[in-house]
Design a protein around this ligand. Structure first.
Ligand code: PGA
Length: 249
């Protein structure tokens, strides 16, 4: 089912005490019924966060995971480990993972499979770089990322996917895609999903926008017919800003 979703990607920020402090602030807020709220703390704080928000309308999700079941992968965390601490959703393919940690489309295809095999949902991120956009190649880039990382799934599996369009040039830069630029890509992606699966599947997938979403611009971005919410970085570290975005539908 297509849902409005606002997910806070905390990245490598907040130790345990800071994680709890931010969660306390969020827990005091009323979450509107038409929005699914997610937060993604660092691995070390996932279990605590899961316990802390138990019974509340806030879902704790992971920022990444390894594609293998288990084994000699020093420093990595598996789907089964995430599940064992209550995590059912994982962000995959964030541009920082693609840029710094070799999350290629092929690796991401494996990670997506692993997530689904473990009954997890995946928030699959994709988006072009500035150079791609300057060349007018944003649609081709996005298409290739989706085809190579995601569209091997069958229709049933695809129901567990949330999409997140994050133009790399807009992440952490203060530069936001205009509402029109976001809508153009989102509409294009929904069409791509319709031709890969069906109109129903395309209608039902939530497509989030990420890249310098702030309280001041969330409303006009979320107002687009094909934008179903946001993946929020910097502004998710402040409870008031995050909640203003949650309330921007
Ligand atoms: P930003 O990050 O909101 O700080 O631009 C978005 C993201 O990386 O998901």
């Amino acid at each position: 089912m297509r849902r409005n979703i606002v997910a806070g990607n905390w990245k490598m920020n907040n130790n345990l005490l800071q994680t709890e402090a931010l969660l306390q602030e969020l827990k005091m807020q009323v979450i509107p019924e038409n929005v699914t709220v997610m937060v993604a703390p660092a691995y070390t704080n996932l279990y605590h966060a899961f316990e802390s928000v138990r019974g509340q309308a806030i879902e704790v999700v992971a920022q990444n995971m390894h594609q293998s079941k288990n084994g000699a992968y020093t420093g990595e965390v598996s789907a089964e480990m995430l599940k064992s601490v209550g995590i059912d959703t994982v962000i995959l393919g964030h541009s920082e993972r693609r840029a710094y940690f070799n999350d290629t489309n092929a690796v991401l295809a494996e990670k997506v499979n692993t997530a689904l095999e473990n009954d997890m949902q995946a928030i699959f991120c994709f988006g072009e770089e500035l150079e791609d956009r300057k060349q007018g190649e944003q649609f081709e880039v996005v298409k290739a990322q989706l085809e190579q990382g995601l569209l091997h799934l069958n229709e049933e599996q695809f129901k567990n996917i949330i999409l997140a369009y994050e133009p790399v040039w807009a992440i952490g830069t203060g530069e936001t895609a205009s509402p029109e630029q976001a809508q153009d890509i989102h509409a294009y992606v929904r069409k791509l999903i319709a031709s890969a699966y069906s109109d129903t599947v395309a209608e039902n997938v939530s497509i989030l926008y990420g890249g310098s979403v702030k309280p001041g611009n969330a409303k006009e971005i979320f107002a687009n017919p094909d934008v179903d919410g946001g993946l929020i970085g910097g502004a998710a570290l402040n409870a008031n800003d995050f909640m203003a975005i949650v309330n921007a539908f």
